[in-house]
Design a protein around this ligand. Structure first.
Ligand SMILES: [Mn+2]
Length: 367
């Protein structure tokens, strides 16, 4: 028996921080959703589990809700969905739309009660509110049906450093509840929770399409194969993302680090499908500000989206070489005087500003 585990599609996410790229990022969430339906077919999955937060919020246009319902209805197998903390069940929710009743394939599981799926019994743990301090999987404890037992839940794993408690689930819930697998949504990176025997019976698949630069491993789905009750799940992680998000802080100590960063940025193979947030920091010795500017230009021009931050970088050492390279005479003397005033105690801010401006103009003239 084999199924696809996905979650956190967050359809309707605004992504306003991406400016003009936001629309592309929103469209990508639909494109990768379509990929999931294709992968489910290629993998001959018996069913698909969508473990919550299909939608970012209930205010999403109904046309988009129907677009997703129609897409899910094209799956070759049943699709089981639970509401998450972003799209909890209840009055006024997206789940009240009539589109969900149109397909026999697509089932929104709104109640905590066992459901028979092809080859397995499902134990859904739907979110009925935006947050809760209660373990949503607790009700499964009294359920004794045989066969392959699969839980589907949405919430934080208790004690995870990156997550605030929201429908907290113990990290050993699958073993404790006698489940062959517990499919969890909410955390946006793929993460496995192996039990004492080393088998991962509980996992976050992660969001199908990245939602932020800090995500460690997002944009995947899991294909889970279980040979029989008690058999360890065999899990494949497959890429679903359309866009790659690279976000990192790079400590820079000298020009070699800058050259290495430059190489890394040049090596990214699909820049038109890549979002980059590049921050450089640290104290660097003897680097040329122009090398920093070249990296900025690369980040800002090469990628679908590029944001460069260097405000945290301190340049020391021979950064004043440009002054020694000025034509001797009043230009060089003026620059030296400005530099001395800028470094006086207290520093002369006007002189510092004038020196920076002088340097910028000199660079332009020389270019
Ligand atoms: Mn969530």
């Amino acid at each position: 028996m084999r199924f696809v585990h996905t979650a956190d599609w967050q359809i309707g996410m605004k992504a306003v921080h991406l400016g003009e790229t936001a629309e592309t990022a929103r469209r990508a969430r639909f494109q990768s959703a379509r990929r999931i339906i294709e992968i489910a077919k290629e993998q001959r999955a018996d069913f698909v589990l969508l473990a919550g937060d299909t939608f970012e919020h209930h205010g999403i246009e109904r046309a988009k809700v129907r677009e997703i319902a129609n897409l899910l209805a094209t799956a070759h197998c049943p699709v089981y969905i639970i509401p998450g903390n972003h799209d909890p069940a209840g009055s006024g929710s997206v789940w009240e739309d009539e589109c969900w009743a149109r397909s026999v394939h697509v089932r929104v599981l709104l109640a905590a009660e066992a459901v028979e799926a092809p080859g397995a019994t499902l134990y859904p743990c739907p979110a009925l509110s935006r947050t809760s301090a209660a373990d949503p999987t607790a009700w499964i404890a009294g359920q004794t049906a045989g066969g392959i037992r699969i839980g589907i839940a949405h919430g934080s794993v208790s004690g995870h450093p990156d997550m605030e408690d929201c429908f907290p689930i113990p990290s050993d819930a699958a073993c404790r509840l006698g489940l062959d697998y517990l499919a969890v949504g909410h955390y946006h990176s793929t993460a496995f929770y192996p039990g004492a025997d080393g088998a991962a019976r509980m996992a976050y698949c992660g969001t199908h399409e990245p939602t932020g630069f800090q995500e460690r491993d997002s944009g995947n789905l899991l294909v889970v194969e279980i040979a029989g009750p008690g058999a360890p799940p065999v899990i494949q992680k497959l890429r679903t993302r359309v866009l790659d998000w690279h976000g990192a802080v790079h400590p820079i100590r000298g020009s070699a680090d800058l050259a290495k960063l430059n190489e890394e940025l040049e090596a990214i193979s699909s820049p038109e499908q890549t979002l980059v947030q590049c921050t450089i920091s640290g104290t660097a010795d003897g680097i040329d500000e122009e090398a920093v500017e070249r990296i900025r230009e690369l980040v800002e021009s090469r990628f679908l989206y590029g944001r460069f931050e260097c405000g945290e970088l301190r340049i020391e050492g021979n950064a004043d070489e440009w002054i020694d390279a000025l034509p001797p005479g009043y230009l060089q003397e003026t620059a030296r005087k400005l530099r001395a005033d800028a470094r006086a105690e207290p520093p002369d801010e006007v002189a510092a500003g004038a020196l920076a401006e002088f340097r910028r103009m000199w660079r332009e003239v020389r270019a």
